[in-house]
Design a protein around this ligand. Structure first.
Ligand code: ATP
Length: 510
C-alpha cells in the first residue's frame, strides 16, 4: 500500500484510544496502565524467545534491527495462521484462486504502481546524535506528554502539514514546539526529507543503474500483473479474487514493537476484481467478511475496531483498517481498500498491454475495479500471541503456584496433542508411541517422558498445546487414558480409541 494514503493519523496509532483512557483515569493510573502494557509486551517477547517461538535474527552477531526468525513453535503457529487464511480465501470461496508470484519483479512495475516516486516517509535527523526519526512518530511521542487539548491541536497541525506535503512547515512545527531528540536532548535538526522505503539490489553481475531492481514492498503488484494470466487460464468470471501470501520488504526507519513493524515481513493479500460501479457493495462485503474471520479466531469483538480513512490515497475511493488492541494500544492489523481501476490502468499504460475484461453479460470490455484485503501475517501472529498470553495465579490454600499459558485456538496451536507416559517403563512408552503413530498423519503431536506429569503439563501450557494425554497403568487394563484440557486444566478419563477423533473434531478449521 502506498505511503500517499493518510497514515499519519494520531488515532490510527492508537493515540485516540490512549486519550480516552487518559480522560477517565488520573495521570498516575494512566502511566501504570501504560507500564503494565509495556511489561506485557516485554513478557511476551521474553516468552517467545524462551520457548522457541521467535528469535532476533542473527542473534549471535548481536542481531539485525527489526528482523526476526521464527523458531520451531513460532514457525508452526505462523504456518497455521497462513493456512487458515489461505483456506478461508481459496477453499471457502469458489471464486478466489491463489497464486505465488516472485519477489523480484520488473523495475517498471514499481514505477507504474507509484512506489518509486511516492513510497516514502518524511524523516528528520538529529545532527548531534545522528539519530533518524520518522517525523510523525517524533511529534506523536511528544504529543503524548501534553494535555489532551494541546496534544489534539498539535496532531491536527501535523496532519494538515503532512497532507499538504509541507516538509518545511513540519520542521518549523518541530522547532516551534522545541521537540528534542531522546538521545542527545538537543533540537539541532536537519531539514525534513522523504526517505524511500524500498530496498534496491542489482540483477546480474553489472552494477549499472539499468540493472537495479527492488525487493517487493507489497505482494499486491504480483497479483495485478498476473490478472489476465489467471483470468484467462482459469476462465474466471468477474467478480473473482486472486489471493497470495509472501514476503515483502520495507526499509522501515523507525522499526519498533517487536514483530509489529519489521523490515522483512509476510503479507496475505487478496485482490477482488469487480465490475465498475459495484465496488461499494463489495467493499462492504469484504469489511464484514474479514471482521468475521477475525472473530472466528475466538477473539472478542471489543478487541477490534474499524478505522475508516477520512483522507484517501489518490487511487482509493474507500479504505479502512481493522485495528486490534495490541499491548501498545489499538493498531492496524489489516487494511481493506477499494483501489478503483488505478493499478490495472497504470500497468496498462506502462506496459502497453491491454488489461481489460470482456463481460459477456453486458457485452462490454472494461478495466475492472479492485477491492483489496491486506493483512500482515507477522502482525496476525503478534495479535494471536497477545490474545493468548496469560499469566495465571493458581495459588490455593498454602500452595503458591502460577503458570504462563498460551490459550491459542486449538486449530492454530503449534502442537495439538502431547502424549505423556506416566513412567518410562512397564510398556507405557510403547502405548504412547502407538497413539502418536496413529495421530501424527493427521496433526502435530509431541512425546515426552521426562519429569513429573505436573511439570510436563506446564511446559505444554507454555507452548499452547490444547490437549495432553497421560498413559498410566490403568490404560493397560481398560484401554482408557486421562485427557487434560489446557484452558480449564480439567481432566477426564476417555477411551484410548477415541483420542484421535476427539482432537480432530476440536481442531477443525471449518
Ligand atoms: P503501517 O501504517 O502500520 O505502516 P501500512 O498501512 O503501510 O501499515 P499496508 O501497506 O496497508 O500497511 O500493508 C498491509 C498490511 O501489511 C498491514 O496492515 C500490516 O499488517 C502489514 N505490514 C505493513 N508494514 C509492515 C511492517 N513493516 N512489518 C510488519 N507488517 C507490516
Amino acid at each position: 500500500m502506498l505511503e500517499t494514503k493518510p497514515k499519519h493519523n494520531g488515532e490510527k496509532t492508537g493515540k485516540a484510544h490512549n486519550q480516552t483512557i487518559e480522560a477517565t483515569l488520573n495521570y498516575s493510573t494512566y502511566f501504570c496502565a501504560l507500564m503494565a502494557n509495556d511489561n506485557k509486551l516485554q513478557n511476551i517477547i521474553g516468552h517467545c524467545k524462551e520457548y522457541g517461538f521467535i528469535f532476533q535474527s542473527s542473534e549471535i552477531y548481536d542481531g539485525l534491527g527489526a528482523v526476526y526468525d521464527y523458531g520451531q513453535y513460532g514457525a508452526e503457529l505462523k504456518k497455521n495462521i497462513r493456512d487458515y487464511w489461505w483456506r478461508s480465501m481459496t477453499q471457502m470461496h469458489d471464486n478466489i484462486v491463489g497464486i505465488d508470484a516472485a519477489i523480484f519483479m520488473h523495475p517498471t512495475v514499481w514505477k507504474a504502481s507509484g512506489h518509486v516516486d511516492n513510497f516514502s516517509d518524511p524523516m528528520i535527523d538529529n545532527k548531534d546524535s545522528q539519530k533518524r526519526y520518522r517525523v510523525d512518530h517524533l511529534i506523536e511521542a511528544y504529543a503524548e506528554t501534553l494535555e489532551k487539548e494541546q496534544s489534539d491541536a498539535l496532531l491536527q497541525q501535523m496532519e494538515q502539514l503532512l497532507a499538504a506535503n509541507d516538509l518545511a512547515g513540519i520542521k518549523q512545527l518541530i522547532e516551534d514546539n522545541k521537540i528534542s531528540c531522546a538521545v542527545s536532548g538537543t533540537c539541532n535538526w536537519t531539514d525534513v526529507r522523504q526517505f524511500n522505503l524500498m530496498f534496491a539490489t542489482q540483477l546480474g553481475s553489472l552494477a549499472e543503474e539499468a540493472n537495479e531492481i527492488y525487493l517487493r514492498p507489497e505482494t499486491a503488484q504480483g497479483i495485478f500483473v498476473n490478472f489476465l494470466n489467471v483470468q484467462k487460464t482459469g476462465r474466471m468470471k468477474i467478480p473473482f479474487g486472486i489471493a497470495q501470501t509472501g514476503k515483502a520488504f520495507r526499509n522501515e526507519i523507525v522499526a519498533r514493537g517487536f514483530i509489529f513493524r519489521m523490515r522483512e515481513f509476510e503479507q496475505m493479500e487478496m485482490q477482488f476484481f469487480v465490475k465498475p460501479g459495484t465496488q461499494k457493495e463489495w467493499y462492504e462485503y469484504w469489511k464484514e467478511t474479514r471482521m468475521k474471520w477475525h472473530l472466528s479466531l475466538g477473539i472478542s469483538a471489543d478487541h477490534y475496531r474499524f478505522h475508516d480513512h477520512v483522507k484517501l490515497a489518490h487511487y482509493a475511493d474507500m479504505a479502512c483498517d481493522i485495528e486490534f488492541d495490541f499491548p501498545m494500544g489499538f493498531k492496524e492489523v489489516e487494511g481493506i481498500h477499494s483501489r478503483t481501476d488505478f493499478d490495472l490502468k497504470q500497468h496498462q499504460e506502462f506496459s502497453g498491454k491491454k488489461l481489460t475484461y470482456f463481460d459477456t453479460e453486458i457485452n462490454q470490455h472494461y478495466v475492472p475495479y479492485v477491492v483489496e484485503t491486506s493483512i500482515g501475517l507477522d502482525r496476525a501472529v503478534m495479535m494471536i500471541l497477545s490474545e493468548a498470553y496469560k499469566e495465571e495465579d493458581l495459588s490455593a490454600d498454602d500452595k503458591v503456584d502460577s503458570r504462563v499459558v498460551l490459550s491459542f485456538p486449538p486449530m492454530l496451536a503449534p502442537i495439538k496433542l502431547a502424549v505423556l507416559p506416566l513412567t518410562k517403563k512397564d510398556g507405557l512408552p510403547e502405548i504412547a508411541r502407538d497413539l502418536i503413530n496413529e495421530c501424527k498423519p493427521h496433526f502435530k503431536c509431541f512425546y515426552e517422558e521426562k519429569d513429573s506429569i505436573g511439570k510436563r503439563y506446564r511446559r505444554q501450557d507454555a507452548i499452547g498445546t490444547p490437549f495432553c494425554i497421560t498413559i498410566d497403568h490403568q490404560t493397560k487394563e481398560d484401554q482408557t487414558v486421562t485427557i487434560r484440557y489446557r484452558d480449564s486444566m480439567t481432566q477426564e478419563r476417555i477411551a484410548l480409541a477415541d483420542v484421535k477423533n476427539l482432537v480432530m473434531d476440536k481442531i477443525k478449521m471449518f
